[in-house]
Design a protein around this ligand. Structure first.
Ligand code: SF4
Length: 381
């Protein structure tokens, strides 16, 4: 089938996805990019939504073989932010129009941690709702602004695999989105990249629980893992579809020198370029296949090329996650080597991203949650 005809198909099969991901010709890549952009515009609009990313603790009980903050890495300074600092940062996000915050940390399931996450989520909601009320009373221009966030700041959690009770408590505390990356849906690759106690089966189970509870669910994969094929990536996209994933965050796999997988470096210029281009194609093809989901342009893209995140937006992404982690601990949350934005502070990131988004002619959905249309559509049914 000609590429043009393939791009008109309403539902893409796994083989269609493989064909699209395999395209190497520049003209054809541009056709796919344009189609992805068109689909995004049609189903989600052109706005870019912010989620302030707060990496509130780098303590982790796990040992994923690729991750820089794995428990086995003794070279980093461990930190956990206090509740007060977290809620103040959340208030900063609300004041600066970010609309949503993502609370991310290493994975822990102890009761102290679960209590902490539940409580800090509640506090963020209370604090940002209070602010909204205050502003409304003021009867200033702010009124319109606060009316757009009537339920306070949107809270997304990304704290790994938990049990039903913990997920339920977080949801009732006010978190309405949850990110849990599957990393790869190929069982063999998953085994090669995780210790035995972590299973693909459990991760899938967690995603099903999250959906049942009523979260907007996010997932994603690493692109360019050693031994990963185009067919694996096509399976990943089919998985997003089957599991009704609402939000997708995918990025190139970049090594960290203090991990067991350090030998798989971005050693050659060609590999770096290939993995970058494949990541952009994954964004575009996922957009074409899934249409109304939110797709984030990840910081890992910018780690490979300075304009990586802008490129992600041009290939069909509509979400960006500006770092709001305090500058003093940013370098302790290096999941991979060469992570950008660790020497900047939150205000610098705000200005820098705005400039980047403007250069590609997009605007930011300030003061909006920017919930995924896919979630709204699937829950309407
Ligand atoms: S990927 Fe997540 S769970 Fe695995 S070691 Fe890193 S922070 Fe921990």
């Amino acid at each position: 089938m000609q590429l043009k005809k393939l791009l008109e198909k309403k539902n893409l099969s796994k083989n269609d996805i493989i064909r699209l991901l395999s395209v190497k010709n520049k003209q054809e890549i541009e056709m796919i990019r344009k189609k992805a952009y068109f689909v995004m515009k049609q189903h989600c609009g052109e706005k870019v939504y912010y989620r302030g990313l707060l990496e509130f603790s780098n303590l982790c009980a796990n040992n994923c073989y690729y991750c820089g903050i794995r428990k086995g890495n003794k070279e980093i300074m461990r930190y956990s932010l206090e509740k007060e600092e977290i809620t103040n940062i959340a208030a900063w996000c609300a004041d600066n129009g970010y609309g949503s915050i993502v609370l991310q940390s290493g994975e822990r399931r102890d009761s102290k941690f679960v209590d902490f996450v539940e409580d800090v989520t509640k506090k963020i909601k209370e604090k940002t709702k209070e602010k909204t009320k205050e502003k409304t009373k003021e009867k200033t221009k702010e009124k319109t602004k606060s009316d757009r966030l009537p339920n306070g700041l949107g809270v997304t959690l990304s704290v790994g695999e938990q049990d039903y009770a913990a997920y339920r408590r977080f949801f009732e505390a006010g978190a309405h989105r949850y990110l849990l990356r599957i990393e790869t849906t190929n069982p063999e690759l998953f085994k090669k990249t995780h210790p035995k106690n972590q299973t693909l089966k459990n991760r899938k189970k967690c995603l099903r629980i999250l959906k049942k509870i009523g979260y907007q669910i996010g997932s994603g994969v690493m692109i360019g893992l050693p031994g990963q094929t185009i067919e694996d990536l096509a399976d990943d996209i089919m998985f997003f579809k089957k599991y009704d994933i609402d939000m997708i965050g995918m990025g190139p796999y970049i090594t960290h020198r203090q991990t067991p997988m350090k030998r798989y470096g971005q050693e050659t210029k060609n590999r770096k370029e290939d993995v970058f281009n494949l990541s952009l194609m994954m964004i575009a093809v996922t957009r074409i296949a899934l249409k109304d989901v939110n797709i984030a342009t990840t910081t890992a893209l910018q780690a490979l090329y300075p304009d990586g995140r802008e490129k992600g937006l041009q290939y069909g992404a509509n979400v960006i996650m500006p770092l709001v982690t305090p500058k003093r601990v940013r370098k302790e949350y290096m999941l991979y080597d060469g992570k950008p934005c660790i020497d900047e502070d939150t205000d610098e990131c705000k200005l820098c991203l705005l400039g980047r988004i403007k250069t590609i002619g997009r605007s930011v959905g300030f003061d909006e949650w920017g919930d995924p249309k896919h979630f709204l559509n699937r829950t309407k049914k």
